[in-house]
Ligand binder design. Structure first.
Ligand SMILES: Cc1cc2nc3c(=O)[nH]c(=O)nc-3n(C[C@H](O)[C@H](O)[C@H](O)COP(=O)(O)O)c2cc1C
Length: 508
């Protein structure tokens, strides 16, 4: 018999580790293991010892991450097709001031078999688009790897929902699987840009005309960094990115803070109308994080003056995510989603424009209750960015800006991106979106509602003390159709008067 000497034990351990590492490299389900063969198991080991030990070793590490434990389990378990139910009850403090809850009915209804969808396209739109209640929010190729874009787009194609390209243009990774695209243009006009950095109408018309592009979106601002454009360092402007964005190879690529194509609300509305025409009548939208109510009202006055407007407006909350932004902006600039959404919704209602414009909402939408809450606050549909990243395998390591994403989602390193298995992760994206919408529809049914149009601000309540809650109907002012135009109520009159269709600045 061979005696187990230390050197033999070490050799056996080495061989076992090598075998595990080889298996990890070949398997396709876990991106972490593909990038960190053998040692990556430590993560799963800690995750497996739950909940007691996890609290000390893993949860502490998660403190302060954007998505809490409950939300993370919802996203990951749904994506993996696990039941997504939890034993024992809530871990939230339901008597906390600010805690919000949805009002169920004594007489729930049965949920519709097919989830409701939203037709996007106002009177000037010739090719309306049927939008899902939950879609993939704007994230560019450049911020995300080619494999992440492929997985998102294939998920969208399989699940019948929309995928926003982000401002980095339409890449071949967006096109490979043919999922519905919303093409976003930011201040850099990437993908439809002249060599001087201006909007190029011919190139725009050419690409917007592609069948896969279902709508076009003009980005004014994004919640995590409103008022600043992104910078792609020269080293990252590879030949591929330069080609997709229409910028020179190896030169710093800057998105300016503001658009050059317009300077006033009226000019902005005119530009949107031109985009819609160039896109062959497809829906045109606007994405913004709200700064001030006066600016939103100025936009409404411009729409009334010009007689047209966007087909949709996506309101992004300051709690939204980014691949890279200064912390001061992430934490302190821009209006949170709840207030931004209610501002845009009420401004459109009050200006008599709401029935022709659909409103989307983004900002930490992750679960079914988030969708329902945003619909109550004035949205017609929602978009999610980080939750979708997590469905493709993101583990919130928060290293997107370094290019060293451990799971190949937010990186341009081909070696790291290889870890992301497109067929597996696209199915996770599809499952996550499908089950989350299904849950939103089920919650609405518990509230006695089969159609989102039946939701009212009475359906959402907020604890104002530890023992008393009030409904959103009670807490906020909701305008009647056309009220601003007829006679602005006292709470809105000053801002309505200060808003001008000819400038974004309030007139005194
Ligand atoms: C990695 C990453 C890249 C993003 N890139 C863009 C972009 O190109 N254009 C844009 O309008 N928003 C961009 N966003 C913002 C999202 O589209 C979204 O508005 C915001 O993150 C809120 O959604 P979330 O809270 O679900 O992440 C990006 C977000 C992330 C996380």
């Amino acid at each position: 018999m061979i005696s187990p000497t230390p050197s033999r034990i070490l050799a056996s351990l080495g061989a076992a580790s090598a075998a595990v590492a080889a298996y990890d490299l070949l398997q396709r389900r876990h991106s972490v293991l593909r990038n960190y063969p053998a040692v990556g198991h430590l993560r799963y080991l800690l995750e497996g010892i739950r909940p007691e030990i996890q609290q000390y070793f893993v949860e502490r590490d998660w403190d302060g991450r954007p998505y809490d434990r409950a939300t993370r389990s919802i996203i990951y378990e749904r994506a993996k097709g696990i039941h997504g139910e939890q034993a024992f009850g809530t871990e939230r403090d339901v008597e906390q001031v600010g805690y919000e809850w949805l009002v169920h009915s004594a007489l729930p209804v049965t949920a519709p078999e097919q989830p409701p969808r939203v037709m996007v396209g106002g009177p000037d739109c010739r090719r309306p688009y049927s939008m899902s209640l939950l879609n993939i929010s704007a994230m560019s190729f450049g911020a995300l790897s080619g494999n992440a874009i492929r997985a998102l787009n294939l998920g969208a194609q399989q699940g019948g929902f929309a995928h926003d390209t982000g401002e980095g243009g339409i890449s071949p990774y967006h096109q490979e699987h043919g999922g519905d695209l919303i093409w976003e243009l930011g201040t850099g006009y990437f993908g439809a840009r002249t060599s001087a950095g201006d909007f190029d109408p011919d190139e725009f018309a050419d690409k917007a005309g592609q069948d896969q592009v279902k709508a076009v979106s003009l980005k004014l601002s994004q919640g995590a960094k409103p008022g600043i454009g992104g910078v792609l360092p020269a080293a990252k402007v590879t030949e591929e990115i330069a080609r997709i964005r229409d910028v020179p190879v190896g030169e710093k690529c800057v998105s300016p803070p503001a658009h050059r194509a317009f300077g006033t609300p009226v000019e902005l509305v005119g530009f949107l109308a031109r985009m819609r025409d160039l896109a062959g009548g497809k829906p045109v939208g606007l994405k913004l994080c709200v700064g001030s109510r006066v600016e939103v009202l100025a936009l409404c006055k411009a729409m009334l003056a010009v007689g047209t407007g966007p087909d949709f407006i996506v309101v992004d909350g300051s709690e939204g995510g980014t691949g890279a932004a200064p912390l001061e902006y992430e934490d302190h600039v821009g209006m949170p989603l709840t207030e931004g959404l209610m501002t845009v919704h009420n401004a459109l209602v009050g200006a008599g424009l709401r029935d022709r414009i659909r409103v989307g909402a983004s900002g930490k939408v992750a679960a079914g209750n988030d969708i329902v809450k945003r619909l109550i606050q004035g949205a017609d549909y929602t978009n999610a960015a980080r939750a979708m990243m997590m469905a493709t395998g993101c583990i919130q390591s928060q290293r997107c800006h370094t290019g060293r994403c451990p799971v190949g989602v937010a990186t341009q390193s081909p070696r790291r991106a290889r870890a992301l298995d497109v067929p597996d992760k696209s199915e996770r994206v599809r499952r996550y979106q499908h089950s989350t919408v299904e849950e939103a529809v089920r919650i609405m049914a518990s509230m006695g509602v089969r159609d989102p149009a039946e939701l009212t601000p009475h359906h959402l309540r907020r604890n104002v003390t530890g023992m008393r809650s009030r409904s959103y109907a009670d807490l906020h002012e909701w305008l009647a159709p056309g009220e601003l135009v007829d006679q602005a109520p006292p709470g809105w009159a000053e801002d309505w008067r200060a808003a001008s269709p000819d400038t974004f600045r309030p007139s005194s």
